[in-house]
Design a protein around this ligand. Structure first.
Ligand SMILES: Cc1ncc(COP(=O)(O)O)c(C=O)c1O
Length: 402
């Protein structure tokens, strides 16, 4: 059958794509408009649309470094199991990454370890909401504040997830989200910086307005903007069941792991992507509702399958399940499940197969037992709008059977 579900997908409407073509001729105006609707969406004091989630984090790091007191600190704490590019950005900013183990139950920081790691050199703690799961922030926030460090929420995989009636990304001093391929709102690339504490707006604008060549953001010209539009159009085709079938036959699905595609530029979001984003934002709720319902059903149906472990959900949280994560206790069974789900075209994924100290061997070695366990035992299955009821039934049948 010519059908392979992608692990994640965020279909863009053709009308929105066409609108992006026109927006591409309008300079920085579409970005400013997109930022206005993003501010309304998140309720943040400031929203700034940039070239990627990486760019967003880099700018936040530069803003923190520019602060006369905080700027003397050099350490940034992040989970030992997460997206490796976060660590690269911390290093690019000349700062020292410090890994903290997570828990098997939540995939969130192990609070006891975090308490041991924070000190007067901690500049920031990056709290990640993985796979669309909103993670509790209160304890992490208290620990971060106890040493006067800054809490940054990484909502790259979770835009639209809610906890305590607030969207994730909006309770840290800063937050950021990504519009990269496979993200909740995908513009083929892009990111947004959320400035949640108004006192940081002025320093933020000072850093990003610098024109002395030390640090400044550029707005892509018309040609570059047209190229970003082309990328959105191609990815729209690839992130569909037929497109993904073809891409996996050509090995294109591994392109994201290639270091050549992991760089980032210090650019604002292009005008065509901003135009598409502006229109696509009101479609996000519908995409997230589909993901939430599929994830909820999987959570219920897999909750009593022996040998399968699910992640806990805070009572006050509403996940968007960008992809549904679960742990398979037996490693041989995990391989068997991966093969079966893959050959049935069901979009199974293995994500970050190593903890960060294995990917960056110059870092101090663990132990990070939970990060190791999750890296080896995790699988994800898709929840996006191409996933039909019968796909979910097949996923559950395969997981129960093998
Ligand atoms: C948790 C997390 N943080 C940050 C990023 C970086 O976002 P971008 O790819 O837009 O630079 C990603 C992207 O995969 C991510 O998954």
């Amino acid at each position: 059958m010519i059908r392979q579900l992608p692990p994640t997908a965020a279909p863009i409407r053709t009308n929105d794509l066409i609108f992006g073509l026109w927006a591409g001729t309008r300079g920085s105006q579409p970005r400013k408009r997109f930022e206005t609707v993003l501010r309304e969406y998140f309720g943040s004091a400031g929203c700034y649309a940039v070239e990627s989630g990486r760019t967003a984090l880099r700018v936040i790091m530069e803003v923190l470094k520019s602060d006369s007191t905080l700027g003397k600190r050099t350490q940034v704490i992040l989970p030992a199991y997460t997206c490796p590019v976060i660590l690269t950005v911390i290093r690019d900013a000349g700062l020292t990454p410090v890994l903290c183990d997570i828990t098997l139950d939540t995939m969130d920081f192990d609070e006891v370890r975090l308490m041991e790691l924070v000190n007067s050199m901690t500049l920031a703690v990056i709290h990640v909401h993985p796979f669309g799961l909103p993670r509790n922030i209160d304890a992490i926030s208290t620990i971060t504040n106890s040493v006067g460090a800054c809490l940054i929420e990484d909502a790259c995989q979770s835009m639209g997830a809610v906890i305590d009636n607030r969207k994730v990304g909006t309770r840290g001093v800063f937050g950021f989200a990504s519009f990269g391929p496979g993200k909740p709102l995908s513009l083929g690339g892009g990111g947004v910086i959320l400035v949640n504490d108004p006192k940081w707006i002025a320093p933020f604008e000072m850093v990003t307005d610098q024109h002395d060549g030390l640090f400044s953001l550029n707005q892509a010209g018309m040609l570059e903007s047209a190229m970003t539009w082309g990328r959105v159009a191609v990815l729209k085709l690839i992130f569909s069941p037929i497109g993904w079938w073809l891409a996996t036959r050509l090995g294109l699905q591994r392109m994201g792991d290639d270091p050549r595609y992991q760089g980032y530029k210090l650019n604002w979001l292009s005008s065509s992507q901003s135009g598409i984003g502006h229109r696509a934002l009101d479609h996000l709720e519908r995409l997230n509702t589909h993901r939430h319902q599929a994830g909820h059903r999987l959570n219920v149906e897999l909750s009593n399958v022996p040998g399968i472990r699910l992640f806990s959900m805070p009572l006050s949280g509403k996940p968007i399940y960008l992809r549904f994560p679960f742990l398979v206790e037996n490693l041989e069974r995990r391989e068997a499940l991966f093969k079966q789900l893959w050959s049935a075209g069901l979009g199974v994924g293995k994500v970050y197969q190593k903890p960060l100290d294995d990917i960056f061997p110059d870092l101090p070695r663990g132990p990070y037992p939970a990060a190791y366990y999750i890296a080896q035992h995790l699988l994800t299955i898709p929840t996006h709008p191409y996933v039909q009821d019968w796909d979910i039934k097949k996923m559950v049948d395969v997981i129960q059977q093998y």
